[in-house]
Ligand binder design. Sequence first.
Ligand SMILES: *[C@@H]1O[C@H](CO)[C@@H](O)[C@H](O)[C@H]1NC(C)=O
Ligand SMILES: *[C@@H]1O[C@H](CO)[C@@H](O)[C@H](O)[C@H]1NC(C)=O
Length: 258
Amino acid sequence: MMIQCIALVWLVAPLSLWRVEAAPGNYTRDDLAVSFPTHVGNVALIEASRAWRRGLRTHVVIGGGIDVEALRITGGPQGESYTQLPRFPGHPVVIGHALAPLFALEAIRDFKWLLLGDDDTICKCRVPPAVLQLINEAGLNADDPHLLHDFLFYCSNPSKIDDCSGPIDVDRRCLPCPAGAKSCPCRLPPGCTQPDNWAFHNCSQRARVVVYGGVGVIYSVGLLRKMAADPSFYFSLVFRDVVPSEPWAVLVTSPMAP
Ligand SMILES: *[C@@H]1O[C@H](CO)[C@@H](O)[C@H](O)[C@H]1NC(C)=O
Ligand SMILES: *[C@@H]1O[C@H](CO)[C@@H](O)[C@H](O)[C@H]1NC(C)=O
């Protein structure tokens, strides 16, 4: 057994050198992964979207009431992996959406960018090429922490949590980029980084800014690794924030700026 393993590693190692290392400006479908949460009623979408997902590894987060082993058998050869989630009492089902990025990182590992969205919104064949074009034209490096999104909601009334305005395509809290930089990671002023989501009174925007995950969020692997570095960090944030008393319909708070 041991000898077989060594022989396999020896064979695989030289082969892996043949693939040109992905670089900023040059990311391809091999570097992009997709993840979406779904449920038993939408399983037809998994099958129907296989053609456009060809060559893209996909992590599906799915609820109960379905034989996930059967899905693994049909989907595995198509690059699909699955996490089956129970219902968490006290948390709405969109918690599967919030957890999907870290499950995808764990299941797929060697991707550079992750596109997360709803099963019926990101399942469009024109989306992955547009995502790659956006990332490559901006010259972004996947090892840096990036979250790209253009559908933010601003919630400014803690006593009326669904009173949010949007969609708004920029996070107005971000400090300006250094002079001459085409793009830069968003850095929040100190008044905008309070652990209490509603403590925005010293922030340049007096609102809680939330990402609407359903329409598509792009994560770099660099950001996902930071989110996963302390195993309790992101999970405790999700279980704290994805509750009925928060604007969970518009998903979890954008992760903290680096
Ligand atoms: C992308 O890859 C091609 C082919 O390997 C190479 O010629 C080109 O210089 C690369 N571009 C960037 C921006 O790295
Ligand atoms: C805002 O700043 C003031 C003065 O520094 C401080 O007393 C207050 O606690 C801060 N409020 C929040 C919500 O951070």
